[in-house]
Design a protein around this ligand. Structure first.
Ligand code: NAD
Length: 493
């Protein structure tokens, strides 16, 4: 695929009421993580900038909610076509700003488009139900769904395009104006998306974007005109967002961090190549910066040695470098601070006595990428359940392996974790698969699938500290979150 011409703005700005405006709270640098070089600056919004965006969005609400659902879907159909036409450019922008490999970035663009496609079905998704004589003879009863007003999303760096699409297309299709607060670390792809949104025919003020950091987020959480918040990011921030926004009477869905385990049964080992490449993709794809990434491998009984042989022989040869090069398997992590934090976690793992069998602390990346933020695939074996390697989210290409005697011991290990985002089992046994699905406390279960990612028409969220809220992102749950249900009962004399 040829390289698209990428338009990188000198300053990443707000998009409010159909206009690009300069945030007034200072600037921060945006770097290409594959080189460490600055590529742009981002403006930081003040609470006053956020209040202005909320005011504009609120003003758009009455006319937008009075627009028939079938008409509200039409700009989304246009957006789908524009995203297809700019598919490669969007993927390359993600790779430039986030660092993930170009193939991974293409997958992210596809997942975002699928959410637009599902939200285009809003006339069907948003229907209520009714019952003639539902209340009594001659008295009919109906339930209708109505939008509530302005909603906002605060999103993480690791899927800068896909994650906002778990929410905003549904919110807007349901009749609610929307405000997105991107990650300040990699907002470029959303800038391009808003340039496309600008061409789709949404009335001004219906879809808005404010850049910023904690002050901007707090302004969204505290503004009484905001009806609900969707958050995706680390667990401590998710808990904070959930507490503060719900104390202010808002609807909240707050997705947090993860520590996902992959379990390999002895009967999976004959599947060695597909299972092992799938495990490696889960753990080291996107440099381990997926909320569904495997970061603990639990081998059951004598699965251990065969799994380790396959794992090591392939992982050793993964190519680390600039994700824009299609030959690269593992791109950089998002920032120098992230790389240093991951190196510290590896150092601490070594000091704790865990057995470092593959050391990613010195990846050899030279030339123009010498200053990039690279961490090579790293594997520890013999990790104990109370080791920090097993308990904390590292969010990098670091895999901890432990051998357990039985499937139940693996399930106990998983269920003792404070996180519950995803868990996968590799097996040839339907009974083991059924037990795993029944007993594991996690929102996304994979059977012989290492990244159990829900499609746009299924709900997406974790459990335990990985999710604070009730209704999930995507599909029908999103429609529930973004609408209220009203019952009316009628009698005519
Ligand atoms: P993060 O929590 O640092 O930041 C997420 C968002 O919150 C950003 O927009 C940031 O500006 C804002 N923010 C950060 N600190 C804040 C604070 N103190 N107050 C208010 N706002 C604040 O997360 P990140 O590093 O961008 O993303 C990685 C994390 O996201 C990982 O923990 C990963 O597991 C998680 N994640 C979870 C899911 C999921 O579905 N559960 C999906 C993707 C990522």
């Amino acid at each position: 695929m040829t390289k698209a011409h990428l338009d990188v703005p000198a300053l990443v700005r707000n998009y409010v009421g159909g206009h690009w405006t300069d945030p007034s709270g200072g600037r921060a640098q945006i770097t290409n993580p594959a080189t460490g070089h600055a590529i742009s600056e981002i403006g930081i919004s003040t609470p006053a900038d956020v209040a202005h965006a909320v005011e504009v969005a609120q003003a758009a609400f009455p006319a937008w909610r009075a627009t028939p659902p079938v008409e509200r879907a039409r700009p989304l159909f246009r957006l789908k076509h524009l995203m297809e036409a700019h598919f490669e450019e969007l993927a390359q922008l993600i790779t430039l700003d986030h660092g993930k490999t170009i193939d991974d970035a293409r997958g992210e663009v596809r997942r975002a488009i699928e959410n637009v496609e599902v939200a285009c079905g809003i006339p069907t998704l948003m229907m209520g139900y009714g019952l003639e004589d539902g209340a009594a003879r001659g008295i009919d009863e109906h339930m209708i769904r109505q939008p509530l007003g302005v909603f906002a999303a605060v999103v993480p760096f690791n899927f800068p395009l896909m994650v906002p699409f778990w929410f905003w297309p549904y919110a807007v299709a349901c009749g609610n104006p929307y405000i997105i607060k991107p990650s300040e670390q990699d907002p470029l792809v959303l800038v391009r998306i808003f340039e496309l949104i600008d061409q789709c025919g949404f009335p001004s003020g219906v879809v808005n974007m404010v850049q910023g950091q904690r002050d901007a987020v707090d302004a969204l959480l505290d503004d009484p005109r905001i009806q609900g918040i969707s958050f995706v990011g680390s667990s401590p921030v998710a808990k904070y967002i959930y507490s503060r926004a719900s104390a202010n009477g808002k609807r909240v869905q707050a997705q947090g961090g993860a520590k996902n385990a992959l379990v390999v049964m002895p009967d999976a080992v004959p599947l060695v190549t597909p299972a092992i490449t799938n495990i490696i993709g889960s753990c080291f794809g996107a440099a381990g910066q997926r909320c569904l990434a495997g970061s603990i491998l639990l081998t059951v009984g004598d699965a251990h040695d065969k799994a380790m042989d396959g794992l090591l022989s392939i992982s050793r040869n993964l190519k680390v470098g600039d994700g824009a090069d299609p030959a690269i398997d593992v791109g950089p992590v998002i920032s120098g601070a992230s790389r240093d934090r991951i190196f510290k976690a590896i150092d601490a793992g070594v000091a704790s006595g865990a057995h470092l069998v593959l050391d990613g602390r010195h990846p050899s990346v030279a030339g123009p990428n010498a200053g990039g933020y690279f961490v090579g695939p790293t594997i520890f074996d013999g990790v104990k359940p109370d080791n920090a390697l097993a308990e904390t989210e590292i969010f990098g290409p670091v895999l901890s392996v432990a051998n357990v005697p039985t499937l139940d011991a693996a399930i106990d290990w998983i269920n003792a974790s404070p996180f519950g985002n995803a868990a996968s089992l590799y097996t040839g046994s339907g009974k083991a698969a059924r037990d795993f699905r029944f007993k594991v406390v996690a929102g996304n279960i994979g059977i012989n699938v290492g990244v159990a990612a829900a499609m746009a028409f299924f709900p997406f969220a974790g459990m335990k500290q990985s999710f604070f809220g009730t209704l999930h992102g995507q599909g029908r749950d999103a429609v529930e979150f973004f609408t209220d249900k009203k019952v009316y009962i009628e009698r005519w004399f």
